[in-house]
Design a binder for this molecule. Structure first.
Ligand code: NDP
Length: 332
């Protein structure tokens, strides 16, 4: 497929250009940036043949099959709606939008236009998360009682821009990382959180937005979830634990962009190292998106998955701001 990048972003340069080019016939044909100079430099650095600042011109290009949107979060809505209106398939970064109703509007527009619309939640593409999900579904844990998600990292210096100081562009750890954790928990447990309580703070990086959050979620099955996200923890490591009546899973170092980490299952028979596939998360995500465009299955994370992860994150922020338990509104 031939792709246009909307956003001359870090995530595209670090992962997505490679992921698109790894597909059979995968081409990055254009890049659109808010700045002509930046578009030109980015296109040259990455060997992209066409560049510019005019989204509509890019969308009018008949060779483009799909659009990958990785601008700052407040831009996703209008760019996605324009791409959908032009009949392009869209893979959009998380959070899909600034509000749940906006994300719902994106999904509806794509449904009406008959194009594929997906969310780039990479973690559910990883061999580690898929292995944890399989253990739960096989019943190896018995009844799942609780999940703990550890996703407190240190935001690299090159990303300490809008994420830590611009609410208007969608900054803050909740729209950045809590959305991923919401998607992971939904993926692992196959159910949607009902309500949340939360606290958030700025612990040294956030200016006008939170850089750390802790929350507790209630699931329909009664499973309890606790989730911790931060930009300010250099040595905390990441991971998740799933505890059931028959066993516990300890997955260490798995909340990451790389196919790394280790998984251990502990049950009455002892401790078992769990092997998992070490494929590239982003290549897998693009492959499943392209397959969905061809009519073969669903993207790894659909538009609805993006709406739901955003709804959980929005509830966590509201709960942290108000001190109240918030029932999650998935937007109908
Ligand atoms: P960046 O800050 O790198 O890029 C966002 C925008 O900022 C770009 O579109 C670009 O604007 C501008 N920009 C980037 N670098 C520079 C620079 N050096 N000088 C001037 N402007 C610059 O953000 P990320 O790539 O980290 O994130 C982009 C989106 O992707 C967000 O929605 C984020 O949530 C998501 N994301 C998802 C990840 C995942 O694994 N799924 C991981 C990381 C991010 P312009 O296009 O106008 O040139």
């Amino acid at each position: 497929m031939r792709w246009a990048l909307v956003g001359a972003s870090t995530i595209a340069s670090q992962h997505m250009i490679r992921a698109i080019r790894a597909q059979a016939g995968g081409e990055v044909a254009r890049v659109v940036s808010g700045s002509r100079d930046r578009a030109e430099t980015y296109a040259r650095e990455h060997g992209i043949p066409a560049f510019g600042t005019d989204l509509n011109e890019a969308l009018a290009d008949p060779v483009i099959d799909a659009v990958y949107i990785s601008t700052t979060n407040e831009k996703h809505l209008l760019q996605a709606l324009a791409a959908i209106a032009a009949g392009k398939h869209v893979l959009c970064e998380k959070p899909l939008a600034m509000t749940v109703p906006d994300a719902v509007a994106m999904v509806r527009a794509a449904d009406e236009a008959g194009v594929t619309f997906a969310t780039n939640h990479h973690l559910r593409c990883s061999g580690s998360h898929r292995a944890v999900r399989a253990l739960i579904r096989e019943g190896r844990l018995g009844k799942v009682l609780s999940v703990r998600v550890f996703h407190a990292v240190h935001l690299p210096e090159n990303l300490q821009g809008w994420r830590i100081n611009s609410a208007a562009e969608g900054g803050g750890v909740i729209p950045d990382i809590t959305v991923h954790d919401a998607d992971v928990v939904r993926f692992l447990l196959d159910e949607d959180p009902v309500s949340v309580v939360a606290q958030a703070t700025s612990s040294g990086m956030g200016l006008g937005v939170e850089d750390s959050a802790m929350s507790v979620w209630a699931m329909p099955s009664g499973t309890m979830v606790m989730s911790h996200e931060s930009f300010t923890h250099p040595f905390a490591g990441s991971g998740l634990e799933v505890h059931g009546t028959q066993g516990s899973i300890f997955a260490r170092g798995v909340m990451t962009q790389k196919p790394v980490g280790e998984i251990e299952l502990v049950d009455a028979a002892g401790r078992h190292a769990i092997p998992f596939a070490a494929h590239d998360l982003y290549i897998t995500g693009v492959a499943e998106f392209e397959a969905a465009v061809r009519g073969e299955g669903q993207p790894a994370a659909t538009g609805i998955d993006g709406v739901k992860s955003l709804a959980v994150a929005a509830a966590v922020r509201e709960a942290a701001e108000t001190g109240a338990r918030v029932t999650i509104n998935y937007g109908g």
